[in-house]
Design a protein around this ligand. Structure first.
Ligand code: AHR
Length: 328
């Protein structure tokens, strides 16, 4: 196992009788001991709220196995306190590296400082934190959520160019305080500012879940008479909105246009069927890149502070072309 710093050895002795030893190792980061070169990674996942998340978890688990990484995995059920507990437990176990996808942006400084003091490097995957001290983590691997929101808004501006009069948009936001919810809103609003006819008339969180999207959309349909467009921060909420729109006797994709983010299989199927009008891709297959970054970080090599995932967008025609070969 990789060498522990003096601080980490002391921490192991005092904190973790359950740690696996390995006090004679000589690497640069923390380590759970065991006398071989296997990297131990503690991964604190958000939950299983969406098709995207399921694909992301699978990608991380498969990539860890392929890379021979000993993965300790926890599911926080969308609760920050559960993620903090999981990270503290990984610190106690003296894993070599901690990776996590923060449920929300704020409130991480204390636990990240604890990891830093134990000399365990941290990699942010998928979502950012708003810590002013960027030395608390080594790198951030994931999408540019502001850009995703912009792409969604730009499509709508273009699509509405030939329409006369106001366009009423309802927005299904992701989890309150989560980076993708904050950034996708910001990017979308910036893009639609180009056309004064486009207005967000209602905006509420559906917590990135299908049931949340359905419930909030039902309320929107009751309270707001003329909805032209749904902008959902992920496919699952958009799919929930489709159920609510159909139950209200309207035709999704025609009576009410729908824009979503993710491009998971269920979303792409609805897009190909014309029930969704446009999807901005958010790629969940981060596993391989994460394992590469982890190997470098544990070996003490320099890594870029930010690794942005490459993504595209899909119209219904494009969805039909790629649907059969879609991995997730
Ligand atoms: O952080 C990525 C977002 O989280 C995905 O867009 C969404 O589906 C997931 O729950």
């Amino acid at each position: 196992m990789f060498r522990k710093s003096f601080v980490a050895v002391i921490a192991a002795t005092t904190l973790a009788l359950t740690a696996c030893g390995g006090g004679s190792d000589t690497g640069t980061s923390g380590g759970s001991g065991g006398g071989d070169d296997t990297i131990t990674m503690g991964f604190a996942q958000v939950g299983a709220e969406s098709g995207w998340r399921t694909a992301n978890t699978k990608s991380i688990q498969e990539a860890a196995e392929a890379a021979g990484v000993d993965l300790k995995f926890s599911d926080a059920q969308q609760k920050q306190e559960n993620q903090i507990k999981a990270i503290r437990s990984y610190i106690q176990q003296q894993v070599d590296v901690i990776a996590f996808s923060p449920v929300v942006e704020s409130g991480w400084d204390t636990v990240l400082k604890e990891a830093k003091d134990a000399n365990i490097p941290v990699i942010l995957t998928d979502r950012a934190v708003d810590s002013a001290d960027t030395s608390l983590y080594k790198t951030f691997l994931g999408s540019d959520f502001i850009e995703e929101g912009k792409k969604a808004g730009e499509w709508l501006v273009e699509d509405s160019a030939s329409t006369e009069g106001p366009v009423n948009i309802v927005e299904l936001q992701g989890t309150t305080g989560a980076a993708p919810a904050i950034d996708r809103k910001e990017g979308f609003e910036a893009a639609i500012a180009a056309d004064p006819d486009l207005t967000i008339v209602e905006s509420q969180t559906g917590d990135f879940t299908r049931s949340g999207g359905k419930q909030v959309m039902e309320a929107f349909l009751k309270n707001t008479p003329d909805i032209d467009v749904v902008y959902a921060h992920n496919d699952d909420m958009g799919l929930g909105a489709i159920e609510a729109i159909e139950a209200a006797g309207k035709v999704p994709g025609k009576d009410i246009k729908i824009i979503t983010v993710d491009a998971v299989k269920d979303g792409m199927t609805a897009l190909a069927d014309g029930k969704i009008n446009f999807i901005v891709e958010c790629n969940p297959l981060l596993g391989e890149q994460l394992m590469d970054l982890a190997a470098k970080v544990v070996a003490g090599e320099e890594v870029p502070a930010r690794v942005v995932t490459e993504e595209t967008t899909f119209t219904p025609e494009q969805a039909k072309e790629v649907l059969a070969s879609r991995e997730y």
